[in-house]
Write a protein that binds this ligand. Sequence first.
Ligand code: HEC
Length: 217
Amino acid sequence: MMIPRPLLFILLILAALSLLPMACVLKNWHDPAKTSPRIQINPDMDQQPKFKAQTANPFFADGRAMRVWPAGTVPRGQLRGDDRYYRGLEPDSTFTAVFPVPVSEELLARGRERYDIFCATCHGLGGAGDGVTHRRAEHLAQGTWIPPTDLASQTVVERSHGHLYNSIANGIRNMPAYGHQIPPADRWAIVAYVRALQRARNANLDDVPDEHRRALR
Ligand code: HEC
């Protein structure tokens, strides 16, 4: 059945008119000059009575919407109360001589892996201070290079565990800090591995099991 032409015409006009209300709503939404609330067909979470980060809030004396933590606030799960573990310190603020985590083969393996990544570039794989960075600096001979300390030297052997931990976390003299890259558990793993390197590099014949001694002699 054919729809008569005039009727078709009227239907088309009606269809066009039916879009008008939606067009008005859309115009209302996108009018930047508007100050009154926009028409919300589905209010959902479009309008939230909140202040955004880095904005002003006249409610507070300092005019900032973002608030400073009250002094001493600690985020949940981030209380680092164990000074020995997190800072290598005893209650009297001296470096601890106690190794605060159990030493296991896994710990040493982890320490070796981390040492090879973070320390060996300067201190060398065996800790003698002959890493690639050092050798390169020697080659350039610019006169400004402070050589990395031999980690099996008497000074470092005599340093307490906490002292080594602190050197990794905060750096020492010309050595930069690695605390931002190496979390506490890995720092202790590295300290354990440095102890192993010292033991190995300062070993003598008495440390070798009997059955292997003859081969060495
Ligand atoms: C960018 C090179 C560099 C890297 C990487 C580096 N060190 Fe050092 N380290 C040095 C230098 C240089 C010194 C000597 C600093 C000085 O005497 O001023 C030093 C000194 C030390 C000392 C001796 C501090 C003392 O008690 O006198 C220790 C221990 C040490 N580093 C451990 C580490 C460990 C562990 C790592 C890996 C986490 C590491 N270093 C990574 C350059 C480096």
